[in-house]
Design a protein around this ligand. Structure first.
Ligand SMILES: Cc1cc2nc3c(=O)[nH]c(=O)nc-3n(C[C@H](O)[C@H](O)[C@H](O)COP(=O)(O)OP(=O)(O)OC[C@H]3O[C@@H](n4cnc5c(N)ncnc54)[C@H](O)[C@@H]3O)c2cc1C
Length: 411
């Protein structure tokens, strides 16, 4: 989207008094990310090339810049989580398709749950910009992970063969590897990292109505080999991997979606300001001003909730899982509502196929499903809220705990 004031200036800087650990250095890094995104997008030709080629180039170029940036400082886990959520917000502000422009994304599952050797290898690959997809959903419904039918069987000579079919898989052709969820021979859900070029993978692309930046579709697995080293979270540990990953990932999705709504808000407010200034509109109607004020408040309130959820996960709070489920649903619903209302304020121009507002509205629709369908998330949150509290709510393991076992022992 084309904005006059940057996202950092307009949306993030005003939050500083309520985010006391958001320092000048963080603001400078976010502003640099924004400048880098603008520069790289302008330098990466759009015409002719599929969107995903451009997005992957942006991810790799940003990875290069992050590698040579030594100004990250000594942040706590909670501050790092806040900074990541705000980086997601900045990316979403420019285009929801940039949701994987920075960070390990689904590769975080490998960094947290892989064997030491696998983690070491993937740290290098992810730092270089490799992208990781997740293959969990099946035809019977993504909201019921426990019922997946993709299975492992014992392979003569060692390891397993995996057979089954996944659907609605994003980053289908761009991923360097997938984290695949399946049932082990003992019927326990297990996760493994599978290289994208592994024999036995067959892709069936499907055209999406939004979020078209990455390819999307089915991933069939026929006798795909995995060994013990490829398992994440160990044999039968798939549900814990899924739960821990999404406790951290959903607040990022929430912040990114809100960034897209903020981008639309900035664009609509700028258009209306220009129309009033040039006399095209004699004055701005009260209903328009009310919508701008209300959506501004709603986006900010939901962003602060998303940052709170990210911090809860980073601090291994026992409430993190509940918050991240609720916040993903609330934030994406908030962004979706704003994207239904805001384009109406600028008229039919917002309905043009080449309008950034049209694209944002279509893209946000995909996030109503991806990374957790909302009625399922809120229903499970309600169930948690009406269950008798366990003697002790289990704490989530943090990324640092997983990557540094000595840290866990000390905690
Ligand atoms: C843009 C996009 C990207 C995605 N990317 C990925 C990806 O990378 N990897 C991946 O694995 N998946 C991906 N998904 C799939 C996504 O995770 C699923 O869409 C989501 O989990 C919901 O699953 P579903 O669509 O199968 O819906 P379902 O699980 O079928 O749910 C549909 C509706 O049925 C309801 N329902 C469930 N059970 C019952 C019942 N017993 N009675 C009545 N109603 C019921 C649900 O609550 C919901 O309202 C993506 C989807 C989209 C749209």
């Amino acid at each position: 989207m084309n904005h006059t004031r940057t996202c950092t200036e307009q949306w993030i800087t005003p939050l500083r008094p309520v985010l006391p650990d958001l320092t000048d250095r963080h603001i400078a890094r976010l502003a640099r990310l924004e400048a880098d995104l603008t520069e790289i997008l302008a330098a990466t030709p759009q015409a002719g090339a599929p969107a995903s080629v451009r997005l992957l180039a942006v991810r790799r170029r940003l990875a290069e810049r992050v590698r040579t940036d030594h100004s990250s400082g000594n942040n706590t886990r909670e501050t790092k989580a806040m900074a990541e959520a705000l980086a997601g917000f900045v990316c979403g502000f420019h285009d929801l398709d940039l949701r994987d422009a920075v960070g390990p994304g689904h590769g975080r599952m490998i960094l947290r749950h892989g064997t030491e050797q696998v983690r070491r290898r993937w740290r290098v690959r992810l730092t270089g910009g490799d992208l990781v997809g997740i293959a969990a959903t099946e035809r019977h419904g993504g909201s019921r992970l426990q019922e997946i039918t993709t299975r492992a069987s014992v392979r003569p000579g060692g390891g397993w063969w995996i057979n089954g079919e996944k659907c609605w898989v994003s980053r289908l052709t761009e991923s360097a590897a997938f984290v695949v969820f399946f049932k082990n021979p003992d019927d326990k859900i297990t996760a493994a990292v599978v290289e994208a070029r592994a024999p036995g993978l067959e892709r069936g692309p499907v055209a999406p109505s939004g979020l078209g930046g990455w390819d999307w579709g089915t991933l069939a697995l026929t006798d795909v080999q995995v060994s013990e080293d490829d398992l994440l979270g160990g044999n039968g540990g798939g549900l814990a991997v899924f739960r821990q990953h999404f406790a951290a990932f959903r607040p990022l999705v929430a912040a990114t979606a809100l960034g897209t709504a903020a981008g639309a808000h900035t664009q609509v407010a700028a258009t209306l300001t220009a129309r009033a200034a040039t006399g095209l509109l004699p004055r701005l109607r009260d209903t328009t001003l009310v919508t701008l004020g209300r959506t501004h408040a709603e986006i900010n309130a939901a962003l602060l909730s998303a940052i709170a959820a990210a911090r809860l996960t980073a601090s291994t709070s026992p409430h993190a899982d509940l918050w991240s489920r609720e916040v993903k649903a609330h934030a994406v619903d908030t962004a979706h509502r704003a994207l239904q209302e805001l384009p109406l304020l600028v008229g039919a121009g917002g309905f043009r196929a080449d309008s950034a507002l049209s694209k944002a509205r279509a893209d946000i629709g995909g996030l109503l499903y991806a990374d957790g369908i909302h009625d399922s998330l809120l229903r499970s949150a309600g169930r948690t809220l009406t269950s008798p509290p366990p003697a002790e709510i289990p704490r989530l393991r943090s990324a640092e705990d997983a990557e540094n076992p000595r840290h866990t022992a000390a905690a």
